[in-house]
Design a protein around this ligand. Structure first.
Ligand SMILES: [Zn+2]
Ligand SMILES: [Zn+2]
Length: 438
């Protein structure tokens, strides 16, 4: 769904011209910028360990992220919380084998608990609570308990991450993809209401197994987030000739939720989905590829969740932003540039009078395949492109929403897809006059 029309409508403005523009936020603007008691906190919300199919111990993984200047990390093993049980593992039968054990021993010589020797050598896996007690320091580093609720419908994987969950949530199942998503969302909302603990759920890697279609996401209620970028090399962020990219899915979802159903936007996250911690870089699912930058008042689960739910964050695979300003008048972005990199800022959106035509995608034999329909080029148009570090888009009054994508000319140092460039994705801003009922 990369359309010639959108290219025709693209306005390219040289950075020299932009430098002359002085952006003064209007009084009803929300400016996402550090200061006045707010800070950017960098975090990864999708992490696997030896508690499921990752190849390292919780504490080694936490150590890696802490040393790489992350502020928070959510552990999200498949259908399990790393707590409430004493679990010993045979070192040679873990995924990380001796490599992970040697790291553990070197990193935490006083803390490691082991028994037996040789082929019988076992290690006690420290629980989330123990590891969090060891690492968490106010305003410096925060570990959050999460779970990857790993559900399916038929052969289609439906994975959703619950962050700051208190009790494990088993896959809730459902008749169809959409109902399965909704049932898992409802389970997290129910636990949140029952326990009073703030927690959120997000939809993971929609193109893993090409399981999730935009049409499955239109009517979902109570779910505000999905992964527009997942660092696992097997999740097809870019789609292919038959399957929409995650960004195309995002635009279709936004257009129909806002233009037809009156439902709120979905926000885009970037995550690692790390499983492999011992060879970086490589072509496995290593840490460090994608993250969120959350503008919050303090480094606590409650403050981070409050900021995420308010859309006060952006997703990144390498580009940092200084500020993002949204208002009824439009959207402005300022990049925090790195030396020797240049940036392209694109404003992407859909007008309220978009063509509602859509067609199922078929294979060579003409048989319909399970994937997002093919939609009109009106959806997800690039309305404006600026080469530079600062740019603004002013609403014409007809937009359902506008969002910004920032792309560096520098290659991602450890890409999930070959030739990925470093990027950032701002959250969609709803156009003036668009009615949202929920
Ligand atoms: Zn998954
Ligand atoms: Zn995962």
């Amino acid at each position: 769904m990369r359309r010639p029309l959108s290219v025709l409508m693209t306005i390219t403005v040289l950075s020299l011209a932009i430098a002359a523009v002085c952006v003064v936020p209007p009084s009803d603007a929300e400016e996402l910028k550090a200061g006045n008691g707010l800070r950017w906190y960098r975090g990864n919300m999708h992490t696997h360990s030896h508690w499921s199919d990752g190849d390292d111990y919780l504490e080694n993984i936490a150590d890696w992220y802490q040393k790489k200047d992350y502020d928070f990390l959510v552990f999200t093993d498949h259908n399990v919380l790393a707590q409430d049980m004493e679990r010993w593992v045979n070192v040679d039968r873990t995924k990380g084998k001796r490599t992970a054990y040697d790291k553990l021993k070197a990193n935490f010589p006083e803390w490691i608990e082991e028994r037996g020797e040789g082929e019988s050598l076992e290690v006690r896996m420290h629980t989330f609570t123990e590891v969090a007690d060891h690492f968490n320091k106010p305003e410096e580093f925060l570990l959050v308990q999460g779970e990857e609720i790993s559900d399916s419908y038929g052969r289609l994987p439906i994975h959703m991450n619950a962050s700051n969950v208190r009790e494990v949530i088993p896959p809730m199942r459902g008749e169809g993809v959409q109902e399965t998503i909704q049932n898992n969302v409802n389970a997290v909302i129910a636990q949140r209401e029952r326990t009073g603990q703030p927690m959120i759920i997000h939809l993971n890697h929609p193109n893993f197994g090409y399981a999730i279609r935009a049409e499955d996401l239109f009517p979902i209620r109570g779910e505000k987030f999905f992964e527009v970028y997942n660092g696992h090399p097997g999740v097809h962020n870019s789609g292919d000739h038959q399957h929409a990219s995650t960004e195309d899915i995002w635009d279709v979802v936004l257009a129909y939720r806002l233009g037809e159903l009156g439902l709120p936007v979905m926000y885009g996250l970037a995550t690692d989905d790390g499983h492999s911690y011992h060879r970086i870089p490589s072509r496995d699912s290593e840490p460090g590829r994608g993250w969120v930058q959350v503008l919050a008042a303090e480094l606590t689960p409650a403050a981070l969740i409050e900021a995420l739910e308010a859309g006060r964050f952006y997703a990144s695979s390498g580009v940092s932003l200084k500020s993002v300003t949204s208002s009824p008048e439009g959207l402005s972005v300022e990049v925090a540039p790195e030396a020797d990199e240049s940036y392209t800022i694109e404003f992407i959106g859909t007008m309220s009078d978009f063509d509602r035509m859509s067609q199922p995608v078929t294979d060579e034999a003409g048989k319909e395949i399970h994937t997002t329909h093919h939609y009109s080029g009106d959806i997800g148009q690039v309305f404006k492109t600026v080469h530079g570090t600062q740019a603004s888009y002013t609403f014409t009054g007809k937009e359902l929403y506008i969002r910004a994508r920032i792309t560096s000319d520098a290659k991602h140092p450890n890409p999930s897809e070959i030739n990925d460039l470093k990027q950032a994705w701002c959250q969609p801003v709803v156009g003036p006059g668009v009615k949202v009922t929920e």
